[in-house]
Ligand binder design. Structure first.
Ligand SMILES: Cc1cc2nc3c(=O)[nH]c(=O)nc-3n(C[C@H](O)[C@H](O)[C@H](O)COP(=O)(O)OP(=O)(O)OC[C@H]3O[C@@H](n4cnc5c(N)ncnc54)[C@H](O)[C@@H]3O)c2cc1C
Length: 518
């Protein structure tokens, strides 16, 4: 049973336009101070603070059936009571006073990762299915830790932490951005003698945020720092702790949802169908109108029914990735569309899977054979891949997997493709005899070899960003220059550091500026 399953009474699709839909209401019209689009970490936090701390009326629009974005808590009912298995956001860590946000709810933070039994790692090259030689030990942990500390201290001593955390407010104008931050991370690491830090940092997010590149080390340093921030480095080398929420990280977003109150304050299963925003030179910059389509029909009823809501507001806060698809209904002017269309992004995903042949108590880790020769420079996987099949321990049949469409375009690495890559990896391990199959069950890809996908979560778009040349041309500065223009504000991981507590501090600054301009 899953949190998503529990709440997913209605079918959710990324776009309602392709569905045969019937609208059942005459549009309801509501008025709010702020419309927030996207109910992930950034949007949910902003909605809560605007309503509870600043006494503003809000409506939060979310396309899925629950709030929380990248949080994925799966309730493992094979144990009594059910155990929450995290396979999206794992932990929260202190950044300034960001963690205090969680203490506003009746929730308990526990140290470390959520419930997961101990596992033994087996290093296997998934491209061949062969296990690495028994004497493979991987990079030396103490040299990794000292490299991460050096990396962190370098960023602080150069003032590069202040230019990037929690958002890019203090990044110098394009031509003055330090050249080092515009190097590919591989070159940056060599130049500053921190290459040994990269494998551990890659591991910590499976290289997912770098998914638009075939080679992880090609990621622009500035983009890399969004997913491997100085604050996160402190967690990796152990100066700062990390915590999960007892009962599951999803509980935070349920608590936020409950506190936001009336149903009309949170519209789930909803997409923006059209937007009218004032022109940049309009006298009244606060005359915003957003039309929302909400899918309301249960799965069993056909045709699908939708309702329409028209919302009038003073401000619009976008907490969704500003991709072309997401922004299509937003009445973009040429300045906006010129900026947004330059960004590129890839895709990655996570899932909970099971198969009787996957060995409980083990993490089958995808380690390229070249890592046996050069564990510092060669542990990265430069093709669409699954990084691991990680058991939740001896008491569970479940395994988490992380997938990345390295180098593929966003549309080329959907759930089907990701699971295909996982299935083929497993079959290669069976063929190579690395994963054993009971006698009489040798049908390739069938029977016990067939992965059962309990739940899949799409975490794209990943690695949203532009080239070094675009950055030098002032892309980020211009993006931040859009804040407040046409009554529209921006937050979220595409334009800030990609960790929950850091996004909440990014929000504090966005909201401060929004309220100042009220
Ligand atoms: C697998 C994974 C593990 C992670 N682990 C951690 C961790 O352990 N600790 C940590 O601090 N951070 C972690 N992160 C990073 C963390 O997820 C981000 O910092 C944070 O979730 C990003 O929040 P956001 O609100 O910017 O984006 P999202 O969480 O992506 O939220 C965007 C929301 O907008 C919705 N949406 C998108 N398009 C539309 C649309 N057109 N209309 C309406 N709604 C829309 C989405 O459904 C989503 O709910 C992890 C990320 C991933 C992918």
């Amino acid at each position: 049973m899953t949190f998503k399953g529990l709440y997913n009474v209605f079918l959710v699709v990324a776009s309602f336009s392709s569905v045969h839909a019937a609208t059942v209401n005459t549009p309801k019209v509501i008025e709010r101070d702020v419309i927030i689009i996207g109910g992930g970490a950034a949007g949910s936090h902003a909605a809560f603070r605007l309503q509870q701390d600043y006494n503003k009326s809000i409506v939060l629009i979310e396309k899925e059936s629950i709030l929380g974005g990248h949080v994925d808590t799966y309730l493992d009912t094979s144990t009594t009571p059910p155990t929450p298995r995290e396979y999206g956001v794992q932990v929260y860590f202190p950044y300034l006073d960001g963690l205090d946000f969680i203490s506003r709810f009746n929730l308990t933070l526990l140290p470390g990762l959520g419930p997961r039994g101990s596992t033994t790692t087996r290093n296997i090259d998934f491209s061949t299915g062969l296990e690495l030689p028994a004497n493979y030990t991987g990079p030396d942990p103490s040299s990794i830790t000292s490299a991460i500390i050096r990396f962190h201290d370098l960023l602080v001593s150069q003032g590069w932490d202040k230019m990037t955390e929690p958002g890019f407010w203090n990044l110098p104008p394009g031509p003055q951005i330090p050249e080092d931050l515009l190097l590919p991370i591989g070159e940056f690491a060599k130049k500053w003698n921190v290459t040994e830090a990269l494998p551990r940092m890659y591991e910590s997010t499976g290289g997912g945020p770098a998914s638009r590149h075939r080679n992880f080390t090609d990621t622009l340093t500035l983009t890399f720092l969004q997913s491997f921030s100085p604050a996160w480095m402190k967690v990796l080398y152990g100066e700062v702790g990390m915590y999960h929420i007892q009962g599951g990280n999803q509980l935070l977003y349920e608590a936020i949802h409950a506190r936001l109150g009336a149903a009309e304050n949170v519209l789930l299963n909803s997409l923006v169908s059209s937007v009218r925003r004032p022109a940049d030179n309009a006298d009244d910059k606060r005359d915003i109108q957003v039309t929302i389509t909400t899918r309301v029909s249960p799965l069993s009823r056909k045709p699908t029914t939708t309702t329409t809501t028209i919302i009038r507001a003073r401000n619009l806060l976008l907490a969704i990735p500003p991709t072309h698809e997401n922004l299509a209904p937003f009445d973009l002017d040429s300045l906006e569309s010129n900026l947004f269309r330059r960004a590129k992004y890839g895709r990655y995903g996570t899932a909970i899977v099971s198969s009787p042949i996957l060995p409980r108590g083990y993490e089958l880790h995808n380690t390229p054979i070249l890592a046996a020769i050069d564990p510092i420079n060669k542990p990265f996987i430069n093709e669409p891949h699954v990084l691991e099949f990680a058991s939740y321990g001896n008491d569970s049949d479940l395994f988490s997997i992380g997938t990345s469409g390295s180098g593929l375009g966003y549309g080329e690495f959907d759930e089907r493709e990701a699971i295909k890559v996982a299935q083929e990896s497993l079959e290669r391990m069976v063929d190579a005899g690395t994963v054993k199959v009971p006698d009489g069950n040798l049908k390739k890809g069938g029977g016990d070899q067939k992965l059962k996908v309990e739940e899949y979560s799409d975490h794209g778009p990943g690695g949203f960003g532009v080239s070094a040349e675009e950055m030098k041309g002032g892309w980020m500065e211009k993006m931040y220059g859009l804040q407040g223009r046409r009554g529209t504000w921006y937050t979220g991981n595409a334009i800030a550091i990609d960790f929950s507590t850091q996004l909440w501090k990014m929000n504090d600054e966005v909201l401060r500026r929004m309220l100042e301009s009220w």
